[in-house]
Write a protein that binds this ligand. Structure first.
Ligand code: NAD
Ligand code: USQ
Length: 411
């Protein structure tokens, strides 16, 4: 594979292993990142479970083990518009992969300041990328990381299609068939920014014929990929604290350090999941299969399986002996939901998914246990909540935790 690719947010959890994978495949990769995620670690008073190296050390290690060069540019895509435009003109990328957003739902709900930061950063960043591509005149394919959460997690009993809903409309007695973007139903300020991103793509695709692929990704679990394992300085980050840690990775660390598994509410929430190794493969497939000029925004559901939160807790508990505890849910979300998702797009392109059962034990042993001494257990429970009137529960109980209003809703 040849050509130039810019990876926006290439120092992050998904962006770093993707940048390495694309470089390994033969692309000339430039990472753009303002290191805001590392600064948020300082703000939250915690750090990746894995000891991540500086960007400079990372890139030197990659050069040392593969002979391949990855360039790094430190800029804020939400603010430094002209530098971004000039970089696109200089590099002439065939593809820009866009990971550079504030991606934690709890962090986005922490306070008015965090809500406003998330909206300013994500919406301005995405719009700057689109505007800069058009102004540069370079024919770029934009691959963006969206989220399954744009759809909400309730489906009226059907499988969530890949972006577009095929509907039948009665027009003066005649039935017409049309595709419309699947109705958005965000569950946090963060998820809302992703639904707004989708509207920006729709517009730039219609007006400027910009080629865009939007990947509606599920919750990523796992840590390392073939490339990040090549040198200790290439290790990927692993978030476990209450805002950035995602549910399955959190459960794995909690089990390793002897903390009870923190199930919110009844644990009846069903979500979509994907392993980090499949994330990087999916992105490589998206890069090599761009939409044609004039084609509508291409949308893939980048996810390989769905699981209920309490089932995940039981699975981790059965593997490790960890206790399961139920905490008052700091979020406003359905207590219980079913979720069926179509993911034919990547399967047809040849993806062979890694499932939970194959990879899970390896993760527990290799990463969570190896680095458990770096875990600060006081950071496991979050102080973020969706509304001020939701009580903060740092104690939990042995039975599912429901608020009075939840009992009423469940009746
Ligand atoms: P991350 O926070 O680890 O990485 C994001 C990177 O972008 C960070 O390195 C950060 O410094 C950088 N960044 C943020 N704002 C920037 C800006 N304005 N300018 C330049 N750089 C900026 O997040 P991640 O887990 O790697 O997620 C990457 C993308 O994938 C996000 O858009 C997220 O919404 C999406 N996603 C992630 C998951 C998951 O489970 N991690 C699941 C679905 C979708
Ligand atoms: N949950 C628990 N206990 C925990 C943590 C979470 O029960 O300790 C529950 C939450 O209430 C929620 C579910 O687990 O119902 C998933 O939470 P999460 O933090 O793992 O994932 P989420 O907030 O949805 O966000 C993550 C990423 C985000 C991405 C999204 C994909 O941080 O960037 O967009 O997953 S998706 O969920 O498919 O929308």
């Amino acid at each position: 594979m040849t050509g130039n690719v810019i990876v926006l947010g290439g120092d992050g959890f998904c962006g770093w292993p993707t940048a390495l994978h694309l470089s390994q495949l033969g692309y000339d990769v430039t990472i753009v990142d303002n290191l805001s995620r590392r600064k948020i670690d300082i703000e939250l008073g915690c750090k990746s479970l894995t000891p991540i190296a500086t960007v400079e050390q990372r890139l030197n290690a990659w050069k040392e083990v593969t002979g391949k060069q990855i360039d790094f540019v430190n800029l804020n895509i939400a603010e430094d518009y002209h530098q971004l435009r000039d970089l696109i003109i200089d590099v002439e990328p065939q593809t820009i992969v866009h990971f550079a957003e504030q991606r934690a739902a709890p962090y986005s709900m922490k306070s008015p300041t965090h809500k406003r930061y998330t909206v300013d950063n994500n919406i301005n960043g995405t719009h700057n990328v689109l505007c800069a591509i058009v102004e540069s005149g370079v024919d770029v394919h934009l691959v963006h990381l969206g989220t399954m959460g744009v759809y909400g997690y309730g489906t009226a009993g059907m499988a969530v299609p890949e972006g577009y809903l095929h509907i039948f409309v009665d027009v003066e007695g005649t039935t017409k068939e049309v595709d419309i973007p699947y109705p958005s139903n965000p569950g946090s300020i963060y998820h809302m920014t992703k639904t707004l991103d989708a509207l920006l793509f729709y517009y730039y695709n219609k007006n400027d014929e910009l080629r865009v692929t939007d990947l509606h990704q599920g919750i990523v679990w796992g840590t390392n990929t073939d490339e990040t394992l090549l040198h200790p300085h290439l290790v990927n980050r692993f978030d476990y604290e209450g805002d950035y840690g995602t549910v399955l990775n959190r459960f794995l660390v909690q089990a390793a350090v002897g903390h009870p598994l923190t199930v919110y509410g009844t644990g009846g929430q069903t979500r979509a999941f994907i392993n980090i190794r499949d994330t990087v493969r999916c992105i490589a497939l998206a890069v090599t299969n761009p939409p044609k000029k004039g084609e509508r925004v291409k949308i893939f559901n980048q996810t390989t399986e769905t699981h209920r939160v309490r089932d995940l807790a039981e699975l981790v508990s059965s593997l490790t002996g960890a206790d399961v505890r139920y905490y008052v849910n700091p979020r406003k979300e359905d207590l219980e939901n079913e979720l069926v998702v179509k993911n034919d797009g990547f399967l047809e392109l040849g993806l062979q998914p890694i499932t939970l059962s194959e990879g899970l034990l390896e993760e527990v042993v290799d990463v969570a246990t190896k680095y458990r001494d770096r875990c600060d257990a006081s950071k496991i429970l979050t102080d973020s909540r969706w509304r001020e009137d939701i009580p903060l529960d740092h104690i939990g109980s042995e039975i599912p935790a429901m608020l009075e209003e939840d009992f009423i809703a469940a009746d």
